[in-house]
Design a protein around this ligand. Structure first.
Ligand code: AMP
Length: 110
């Protein structure tokens, strides 16, 4: 999808240092980090949100990529968040996992 910022990052059209990449997934640092380490794990293919049915196996690979990206960034303890829909805080309509770490986390989240 041409105007999607994460599609442009995933394709390399917008040059962004990648923490992790494979054939289907990229991970990079959030531009407005909410923790000392804040990564985004993104499928290269445009999927609007977790509510979009499709490649279920890819969802498992995204979690695996989150683990590998966290390790590459030096995290052993971290939180994975998937905001789904505006009310939940999703602002970019391209499925992504937040990986947050490097500080103690509170619960419940805001
Ligand atoms: P969400 O609000 O769950 O949709 O998360 C979208 C995230 O994307 C936010 O944390 C933004 O800071 C982040 N973001 C938006 N544009 C960029 C960008 N160009 N590079 C890195 N992170 C971005």
């Amino acid at each position: 999808m041409g105007s999607c910022i994460f599609c442009q990052i995933a394709s390399g059209a917008i040059a962004t240092p990648l923490v992790y990449e494979d054939a289907d997934i990229v991970a990079f640092r959030d531009i407005q980090p909410q923790a000392p380490v804040h990564l985004l794990v993104v499928p290269r293919r445009h999927i609007a949100s977790l509510n979009e049915p499709g490649d279920e196996a890819l969802l498992g690979r995204l979690l695996q990529a989150a683990r590998l990206a966290a390790a590459a960034a030096g995290l052993r303890q971290y939180r994975v968040v998937v905001n789904t829909g505006a009310e939940a805080g999703q602002s970019v309509l391209h499925l992504h996992l937040h990986v947050l770490g490097g500080r103690a986390m509170a619960w419940p989240p805001g």
